[in-house]
Ligand binder design. Structure first.
Ligand SMILES: [Zn+2]
Length: 341
């Protein structure tokens, strides 16, 4: 797994540099809320801040070598408390809850009243902070209003609207933006991913570094994607629909992945259509789809995405999966026919 440095986040702007400087100068505010889409790197940044707060190096932070860094990186630092819905810290809370209940926050407050083992900073991490119940958030608010010395609260969420305004206003808010595709490619290559895979992954990552890292090592995904490209984006005949749809008959479990891949592909075509960036053209697609991507009016793109949305809805209401696939194939084949020479 990729270990991040503050440098890796430089594409996010000067705010990240400022953050690092504040940690070095012991000026970091005691509560930070990191927001951004899933896979934007929120947890990685929170982990980086936590490790830096435990690092005893006089030089660059986190050094990755001192005791503080090593314990933090191994997830074993006694002064870092992580609160997650499926990992309760209070003995009174059962595992497997869908929320972070107030008991966990009370237990955390109790822990924070003790001295830090390392004698320095203490960190409380709450990833997916929207999982806190309103009662838990109110309880957290109290400690945010009067934080113990040298205690830092690091929260992340993709749903800031589900965090109480009173809590949000007590935090420094950092919003991560989608990552540049070329930059994602560079990071993947530097962590040992093969160039070709890195390129393909960066393209479908939707600006999500988390997605990209996960997908780059997921062979099943790439096999499935190849199969879907062959079925939906090669010059198919209507007489082939039944054969192809039969291979999908018993694979309803893959429906979400199928719909996601189709949507991503149409989005890639649209991006190419709008920005005409040559390097953006996904070369694995047929001539017909290239013409589509170059010249189709925008409503043709909408027609395809609408057909996927409606397939999702039908699938959710248990329409026969093979029938859904047949309908989708006919829509895509029909579109492809329009762009044949
Ligand atoms: Zn260190």
């Amino acid at each position: 797994m990729q270990k991040f440095s503050f440098d890796d986040f430089r594409q996010q702007g000067s705010e990240i540099d400022a953050l690092k400087k504040q940690i070095i100068e012991h000026r970091l505010v005691h509560a930070v809320l990191i927001t951004g889409q899933p896979g934007a790197g929120k947890r990685s940044l929170a982990g980086l801040i936590a490790t830096s707060l435990m690092c005893s190096s006089e030089g660059d932070i986190p050094c990755g070598e001192c005791d503080g860094c090593r314990l933090a990186l191994a997830g074993e630092h006694p002064d870092i408390t992580v609160i997650e819905k499926d990992n309760p810290i209070s003995p009174d809370v059962q595992k497997g809850r869908a929320t972070i209940p107030v008991e966990d926050i009370r237990e955390m407050i109790r822990l924070c009243s003790r001295y830090a083992y390392g004698g320095g900073n203490r960190v409380v991490m709450i990833p997916d902070a929207e999982n806190m119940t309103p009662q838990a958030q109110n309880s957290l608010l109290k400690i945010l209003e009067e934080p113990p010395r040298n205690t830092f609260f690091l929260m992340t969420t993709s749903h800031p609207e589900q965090i109480l305004t009173t809590v949000r206003s007590r935090c420094r808010n950092i919003k991560l933006i989608p990552w540049d595709e070329n930059y994602i490619k560079t990071i993947l290559v530097s962590s040992g991913v093969e160039q070709g895979i890195a390129e393909k992954t960066a393209r479908v990552s939707g600006g999500s570094i988390g997605n990209a890292i996960r997908l780059s090592s997921d062979d099943t995904y790439w096999k499935l994607k190849d199969e879907i490209v062959k079925a939906f984006f090669e010059n198919r005949k209507r007489s082939e629909v039944l054969n192809i749809s039969t291979t999908w008959k018993d694979r309803k479990g893959l429906s979400d992945q199928l719909f996601d891949i189709l949507e991503d592909t149409v989005r890639q075509f649209l991006k190419y259509r709008l920005f005409r960036d040559r390097k953006d053209y996904p070369e694995e697609y047929s001539k017909e789809w290239q013409r589509f991507a170059e010249t189709a009016p925008l409503e043709r793109f909408a027609l395809l995405t609408d057909s996927i949305t409606s397939a999702r809805k039908q699938n959710a209401s248990n329409v026969n999966f093979q029938a859904i696939i047949e309908q989708l194939l006919l829509t895509f084949i029909g579109e492809c026919e329009l762009w044949a020479e």
